[in-house]
Design a protein around this ligand. Sequence first.
Ligand code: HEC
Length: 209
Amino acid sequence: MKTWKINWKLAQSVVVFGIFWFTSLQPVSAYPPGVGILGKARDCMACHASDGPWQDDGNLIADLLDKETGKSLRQKDGSFLITAKPEQSRTVLVVLGRSNGELSPVPNRNGWIFVDPTLIERDFLGSKFAPGWDADLSMSCRLTGDNLEAYKGAKITVLPMKVRPSGAAKDTEIEWQFLLSSGEAVKGDAKQGLIQNYFTRKVWLKVEE
Ligand code: HEC
């Protein structure tokens, strides 16, 4: 009888420890850094859903603009092209939101990451943006309310990202993963409470001669 009691106590503490371990682990791997930095999720969809009202691409604002010229870096096929000379830093404006034509209540918080999918599984510290390329803000999460002439009146997030190829950088392709969201997130659960839609875009990085 006595041994049974001791084992029961042991089992109880194992369960309590397990719950503690699980909940303390969750937040560490959540949000954009869950992809490749704090965890090895392939993309946001490892935890999130894409069941919000913003499925269609028609009213989607997802743009990368050259900060100096204000020009979009979008290509005909919908991908984006960032070019720079070796060691030259270029600032790109990362723009996300829904256009004025959106009929559903618009998202109020956007999160994103630029990542080389082939680096996600690798064990090394630091950026997984692209080998040989530096980026000062390759991931972020931001509330809408930023202004940009090109998207006047739309509820968007705008954030600059500096990109610079090192001498060793090569032409390469990376992925822009982003999530438009509103609602109240529930701790440790990326599906409850959030209204959300997930998208990806291709981004080409090219070293200018
Ligand atoms: C390993 C699981 C996981 C991955 C991968 C992940 N998230 Fe999350 N995310 C969560 C959880 C869980 C929450 C709920 C809040 C919490 O637990 O802190 C959350 C919350 C959020 C929120 C709401 C924040 C708020 O303030 O309410 C945004 C936006 C978000 N994630 C964006 C992203 C984006 C963008 C990616 C991919 C680049 C991503 N997440 C990848 C688990 C994840």
